[in-house]
Design a binder for this molecule. Structure first.
Ligand code: ZN
Length: 324
């Protein structure tokens, strides 16, 4: 496995696909996942264990998990909204479940009809379920802290609320926290404040960032989070997806642009940008007119650009070039 400075998790197969009209057949999802894993992306959130009535796009997630598990070295994760979803995810054979907690009380009530405290209890139930089933002991349980940068119902969210929720999740046994700017309200100064606070409370527990580029600040927010020590980022290939509260707006930050930025900054991701762009083209071939986003796909890399991953692993790169 490659040495990486930054861990990238692809979420387009969940966050992206659940926000567009086209329903990808299982084979198309797997084609995408295989191609992106082959480019070196270490983790893919391949779907979500929600009732198929709510999200028909995600109805085949158990099947996708089982097939994705055949890919060597890939961490296969899936979103789960509750214990029931986690039980299904465990049974399907995930490496990691990603629970999502809304930090905003109003958003939590509107979204899952639960208070923040009740939703934290639900997270505890998932951890307890794993503890009671030794066959699942290897599965990581992560939690998102959604609406951490603001909420479409309540508006601003206090850093203290993010910290309070994060502390409880860590105390319950979270294996990872992912602080999420669910609706693209965040700015770089806010990122520095929030991530400093969350990294401090998390201790040894890894902390990731989930940004949406709704207002064009996605990569600026990545830079701010990097500055205070965050080394894990979610992104969506081609920026696939959108925002239910801002029709026409872009979705998650663009995986391809993120890889370019990090590699240009000297931070190795273990991802081969050329092969990632091939995966993007393949993913786009399955779309039915939905918009994709990104700059590096259009402009190409600057003259003389050397990816940090390539500089670190000149021999691996040469071997790969010889394969073509
Ligand atoms: Zn998202």
């Amino acid at each position: 496995m490659n040495e990486r400075d930054v861990w990238i998790r692809e979420v387009g197969t969940r966050d992206g696909l659940q926000s567009i009209a086209t329903i990808f057949p299982t084979a198309a999802k797997l084609d995408w996942i295989e191609r992106e894993a082959a480019a070196g992306v270490p983790e893919i959130e391949v779907g979500s264990f929600v009732p198929p009535k709510l999200l028909p796009q995600m109805a085949d997630t158990a099947e996708v998990v089982a097939a994705a598990q055949r890919i060597d070295g890939l961490r296969v994760s899936a979103l789960v909204p509750n214990l029931r979803g986690a039980q299904n995810a465990f049974a399907a054979g995930v490496d990691q479940v990603n629970y999502v907690l809304s930090v905003s009380e109003a958003h939590s009530q509107a979204n899952v009809r639960k208070s923040v405290a009740e939703a934290i209890d639900d997270f505890g139930d998932i951890v307890a379920y794993r503890a009671a089933h030794p066959e699942y002991a290897h599965i990581r349980i992560a939690s998102g802290l959604a609406t951490a940068f603001g909420c479409t119902i309540a508006g601003p969210v206090a850093v203290a609320d993010v910290v309070a929720a994060g502390e409880k999740l860590v105390a319950l046994g979270a294996d990872e926290l992912v602080v999420a700017d669910t609706v693209g309200y965040g700015n770089p100064a806010q990122c520095r404040d929030i991530f400093r606070a969350v990294l401090a409370l998390a201790g040894e527990v890894p902390v990731g960032a989930h940004f949406h580029d709704t207002r064009g600040l996605g990569l600026a927010n990545v830079d701010a989070a990097l500055e205070v020590g965050v080394r894990r980022f979610d992104a969506s290939l081609g920026g696939l997806g959108g925002c239910p509260y801002a029709p026409g707006a872009s979705g998650n930050i663009v995986t391809d642009d993120l890889v370019f930025m990090l590699e240009a900054m000297g931070l190795s991701t273990g991802v081969d940008l050329d092969r990632l762009l091939e995966a993007r083209a393949l993913m786009e071939s399955y779309l039915d007119g939905e918009a994709t986003h990104g700059a590096i796909v259009t402009a190409g890399a600057p003259k003389g650009f050397v990816a940090a991953s390539a500089a670190n692993q000149g021999s691996a790169r040469a071997a790969h070039a010889a394969d073509r």
